[in-house]
Design a protein around this ligand. Structure first.
Ligand code: GTP
Length: 196
């Protein structure tokens, strides 16, 4: 059973009330959460965001990435519609974890891009596994989504979880001097979409 999510002072209370659902991912030994608003299990397309954990961007306001701004923009869009779901997956650092992401930042400060830094640490460019989405979507009875993302892998992941993507909604936020190269590399090397 979901319980009420109490918004932080960073989210305007005018956005309304989200429910929070917890999911145990026993295989990966992770705990994920989903914030929902409204009736998401009625079979109609659900405005949705699959967001990967980024402690530095989401909680510590780092400008090195676009994560915090995207999280806020997605919650706002859901609140404006009064219905939707935000899947917050514990896949810190594109799946390499927080400490390795910090190591990768050091390599980026020395000139590597975000993909090269992962490779220099012995990881693939993107180590995320989205298989946990299937039981979460089934539990919430979500069958169709309008997905807020620039990432083609997330579109594929949801499709393979058996969900129809009725629309992909780009989620661009303003760049800054600290994340410009990172955003460029996501476009050139990770295939992120830039437009509709
Ligand atoms: N390894 C690594 N991970 C990073 C770096 N910068 C941000 N991240 C992680 O990248 C992930 C970004 O997640 P999302 O914003 O959900 O996804 P995305 O792939 O950018 O796709 P969108 O849906 O278009 O935002 C988070 O897990 C961040 O911690 C980096 O330089 N190196």
């Amino acid at each position: 059973m979901p319980t009420r999510y109490v918004e932080s002072s960073r989210l305007p209370t005018a956005w309304g009330v989200f429910d929070i659902h917890g999911f145990d991912d026993l295989e990966a030994n992770k705990e994920h959460v989903v914030l929902t608003m409204g009736d998401v299990g009625d079979g109609e397309p659900v405005l949705a965001r699959v967001h990967s954990e980024c402690l530095t961007g989401d909680a510590l306001f780092s400008l090195r990435c676009d994560c915090g701004n995207q999280l806020e923009a997605a919650l706002k869009a859901i609140a404006e519609e009064g219905r939707g779901a935000l899947f917050y997956l514990r896949q810190e650092g594109r799946g390499i974890g927080l400490l390795n992401k910090i190591r990768a930042y050091k390599l980026q400060d020395a000139g590597a891009d975000t993909v090269e830094a992962n490779e220099q640490l012995g990881f693939g460019a993107d180590m995320r596994d989205y298989s946990v989405l299937k039981p979460m979507l089934e539990h919430l009875k979500i069958k169709q989504v309008r997905l807020m993302t620039n990432n083609p892998r997330k579109v594929a992941a949801l499709e393979s979880a058996g969900v129809a993507i009725t629309e992909r909604i780009p989620l661009r936020t303003d760049s800054n001097p600290h994340n410009e190269k990172y955003l460029q590399t996501k476009g050139s090397k990770l295939g992120h979409f830039f437009g509709h």
